[in-house]
Design a protein around this ligand. Sequence first.
Ligand code: OGA
Ligand code: NI
Length: 344
Amino acid sequence: MAQLVSSWSNGVQSVPKDYVMPPERRPGDFIAVCKEIPVINLQNDRSEVVQQILKACQEFGLFQVINHGVSEKMMADMRVLYDEFFNMPIEDKLGLYAKTYGKGCTLHTSGINYGKEEVHFWKDTLKHDCHPLEEHSPSWPDKPARYREEVGKYAIEVRKTGFKILNLIGEGLGLTEGYFDRVSQEQYMAVHLYPQCPDPSLAMGIDGHADPNIITFLQQDQYGLQIQKDGKWMGVDPIPNAFVVNLGYTLEIISNGRLKSVEHRVVTNSTASRTSIVTFFAPSPTLPVSNELPVIIEPAKELVTTCNPPKFKSFQYKDFVADYLAFMRKPRPRDGTPLDPYRF
Ligand code: OGA
Ligand code: NI
């Protein structure tokens, strides 16, 4: 348990050696918030919203949404709940603690493989599945006492917004209606706490990566998230009550490369801790109509023609995730991306 950064970092004067990044992995010069990252009002005219989302997905692989349907109260309740959760005495979190990112509900420090990391990230993460709720919520924390009820409601609302946006993306791409209902059923959450850090120039919250799944929704309360565009890092504005929406590798593949996944990372802060509440939508292993037929991920048939042949191979998502995790465990600097073996 001693490993949870939040359990020992309060008041430390310097970054412990095993959290000091080698120079090439440090955040570098301060990076300001970039006001060009699109902020899309979901209540605007539908066809306008479709065009804005598509453009953002092509140029940035990321955008923010406001008026998205999840109430401000619900988002505020989540902030209060997770503040309470992370501030609970250590004994109350012990049962969830695991050394590595894993199945079920786990609370861990740093990345997916603490024991094998050369250097650790300045964060603690609570992670669990969300869909279907009845199956997973019994494994969620039972403290604070309202956890399962409140997070259950939040998961349902974020799911509605998630599919709304996936459908808008599908419409923009020209996919068959309901395309994403068939491929994406899985939903899981990671809630990260990045405690105040005595020297943000030496540590990292999360290293640069793109997510493996289809699309990710992020609620944040402080600056810290940065994305890479045209080889440069830029800061994502922490707009209260907005969701940051970012594209994962799977959507890049489905769109046959028309939409881009986005490389992102998190830097730490010396004056405030940061909490991000992240919801991932991912392909389900099997089709919703049949437990036996596997979902195959590939460039959508609607987007492939003889003039525009598939740029990626077909695969089962679980195989891709295994390759992705193996790639992420390789020491940095790494060549290429997890997408490379899947390209034609
Ligand atoms: C992630 C991630 C960013 C953040 O969980 O994959 O990139 O701001 N999180 O916590
Ligand atoms: Ni990510």
